[in-house]
Design a protein around this ligand. Structure first.
Ligand code: ADP
Ligand code: MG
Length: 228
């Protein structure tokens, strides 16, 4: 063993930051993640926007299997395994290579959605989801997770106005959506350093993005900038 650790560190690119957006249906993840990518790009950061389930051709094909069609087409466990099959592909092909190349990654949904939807919503329990995540995700964990919180009735009304075909979860009953909201808030409470809860129920996209960008600056730009 030589004293080469310093050289290795100098030669290695700095890993990019990994930011995820989480929250229920219609909470604004799509516009907020798009705004954040523009905002980071304007600050000279190489950043990639992606989403789950999806983000690669294979994972997008799996997305169709889980977000469309009849509610009863999968067991809770099969649904969870499909989410993780998509995630494995996405991690290998997109997320890990980008982070290793120094790019930042902004992802619309990640593991917390599986904990909330399948663990809490479907009732699989979070222990099972955590066990599978340990294998699939390993230590590729977000540096920052923005949880867009709002009453399910507000989010579902917004989502219904989208009139899309990805309605498999939207169509579930109110108690499902209440469980997943509570699940996201439990995740946030358990990991306050990683997670920030944003009130996404009041205010337009600009107002909510003001909160999002302030949190990102505070959490991830602390060392680089003293001003806002
Ligand atoms: N802050 C907001 N106020 C009002 N409507 C919003 C807001 N953010 C998003 N929307 C609208 O609500 C609908 C659903 O939101 P969306 O961003 O698609 O949610 P998500 O991606 O979290 O499921 C979209 O039509 C979107 O334009
Ligand atoms: Mg969306």
């Amino acid at each position: 063993m030589s004293a080469g650790a310093g050289e290795d560190t100098a030669a290695r690119r700095v890993r990019g930051r990994f930011i995820t957006f989480e929250g229920g249906e219609g909470s604004g993840k799509t516009p907020q993640s798009a705004r954040l990518v523009d905002w980071l790009s304007a600050r000279g950061i190489a950043v990639r926007r992606t989403r789950e389930p999806g983000g690669t051709p294979g994972a997008e094909a799996i997305r169709d299997l889980v977000v469309k069609g009849a509610d009863g087409r999968w067991s809770a466990l099969a649904e969870t395994l499909l989410m993780f099959a998509a995630r494995d592909d996405h991690l290998r092909q997109v997320i890990r290579p980008a982070l290793e190349a120094g790019e930042w990654v902004v992802c619309d949904r990640f593991v917390d959605s599986t904990i909330a939807y399948q663990g809490y919503g479907r009732g699989l329990g979070r222990a099972a989801v955590d066990d599978i995540a340990a294998v699939v995700v390993g230590d590729t964990r977000p540096d920052l997770t923005l949880i867009l919180d709002l009453p399910p009735s507000v989010g579902l009304a917004r989502a219904a106005a989208r009139r899309g075909t990805e309605t498999r979860f939207e169509s579930l009953d109110r108690t499902f959506h209440d469980r997943l909201r509570a699940g996201f808030l439990e995740i946030a409470a358990a990991e306050p350093d990683r997670c920030a809860v944003v009130d996404a129920g009041a205010g337009d996209t600009d107002a909510i993005f003001a909160a999002v960008s302030r949190i990102v600056a505070e959490k991830l730009f602390e060392e680089q900038s003293g001003d806002g």
